[in-house]
Design a protein around this ligand. Structure first.
Ligand SMILES: [Zn+2]
Ligand SMILES: [Zn+2]
Length: 165
């Protein structure tokens, strides 16, 4: 004969109930009802918010960071494109850097969370930064405009990839 189990939290209470998750004996006071059975009070607590879930505060912080990074990126591009002759491959390096910078700012603002919501925010930030370039490229369609748009795609792609889950 094994002696009856006693509650994990109340050693003076005998019980036949066990937590369905961790298997600890539990008394009725420590028992929690759960959709898939009974749980102890430790296992029955609501699960913490998964890091990939977008809570409203992180959504706002990510969106604000994306807009801020976009405006800063626009200012940086405005200066760089007028001070330094950026042609060919340097333009693509600049766009790589822009995508990297925007995704880094958004990522830092949301505690390194990742996921589609933050990917869209970073992509929007990149588009804010390159808005005049993209608009000009679409208005004057040419080979140069195609290269401009390819650079924009590179920047969005980098930001998108870095915030992917
Ligand atoms: Zn348990
Ligand atoms: Zn108990």
């Amino acid at each position: 004969m094994t002696s009856p189990a006693t509650c994990h939290w109340h050693p003076d209470r005998e019980t036949g109930l066990r937590c369905g998750a961790c298997g600890k004996p539990i008394c009725t006071e420590c028992m929690r009802h759960h959709p898939v059975g009974i749980r102890c009070k430790a296992c029955g607590e609501p699960a913490p918010l998964p890091t990939h879930a977008v809570s409203p505060s992180y959504f706002l912080r990510g969106a604000a960071a994306a807009v801020g990074a976009g405006i800063a990126g626009y200012a940086a591009l405005y200066v760089l494109l007028r001070l330094v002759p950026l042609a060919g491959v340097f333009y693509f390096f600049l766009m790589l850097g822009l995508g990297y910078a925007v995704s880094a700012v958004v990522g830092a603002a949301v505690n390194r969370r990742r996921g589609p919501a933050y990917q869209w925010m970073a992509a929007a930030g990149v588009l804010i930064a390159v808005f005049p370039t993209a608009l000009g490229a679409l208005a004057n369609f040419s080979v140069g405009a195609l290269i401009d748009l390819a650079g924009v795609a590179v920047a969005v792609g980098v930001a998108w990839t870095r915030l992917a889950r």
